[in-house]
Design a protein. Structure first.
Length: 204
């Protein structure tokens, strides 16, 4: 069995397609998508449609998927006094809310918003060798955590009934195409996301 594992797609269909192109050559039998599927990138609906079409796909909920459903987000300040003292914090909170609203609207219009509600917080799978896999988004205790990469990373787990082999891949993707798409679709966080993607591409 060949299991492909991906997470933190964040609505970036260009990066996801880069992964799937390589995975087609490898011959992945089934997939896990471990959360943060839709928020921030320009194509949240297309990402969900691509994922739903994968063989043996199982998906779970990440913190940003939860934000899209509930409207909540982590407070960008430690105390109320911190927020009052910093206009930048208030602006960041407002920008995040705008991105959440934009993504929610796109998914609702595409009839895909409800598909996020049934996503579990964990996945389990027994491999042919008898090994049991546990999949979570960030940790067993929380669905949020730091991360970053200059490429589209994914894992391939191979198990033919003996040992489990794990291979990490990092696929380059067209950052400029993603940035252009963000701007064309008037994403409210376009410039912020563009700065992150560009910095990751340079450092990666």
């Amino acid at each position: 069995m060949k299991l492909g594992v991906i997470a933190d797609i964040h609505g970036n269909d260009v990066a996801l397609r880069a992964v799937l192109k390589h995975a087609d050559r490898v011959g992945v039998d089934r997939w896990w998508a471990l959360g943060d599927l839709v928020l921030f990138g320009p194509r949240p609906a297309e990402v969900l449609e691509l994922l739903q079409g994968l063989p043996g796909i199982s998906m779970l909920r990440g913190n940003t998927d939860r934000y899209v459903l509930t409207g909540e987000q982590p407070a960008p300040h430690a105390t109320a006094a911190d927020a009052v003292a910093s206009v930048d914090l208030v602006e960041r909170y407002g920008a995040m809310a705008a991105g959440i609203g934009w993504t929610r609207g796109v998914l609702d219009q595409a009839g895909l918003l409800a598909s996020l509600t049934a996503l579990p917080g964990q996945l389990r799978l027994q491999l042919p060798s008898g090994t049991t896999l546990l999949g979570v988004h960030a940790s067993l205790r929380a669905d949020d955590g730091p991360g970053g990469s200059g490429a589209a990373s994914w894992l391939l787990l191979e198990d033919e009934g003996g040992t489990v082999n794990v291979t990490h891949f990092a696929e380059p993707f067209d950052v400029d195409a993603v940035v252009g798409d963000l701007r064309q679709r008037r994403h409210p966080n376009a410039e912020y996301i563009a700065s992150i993607l560009t910095a990751q591409a340079v450092s990666g």
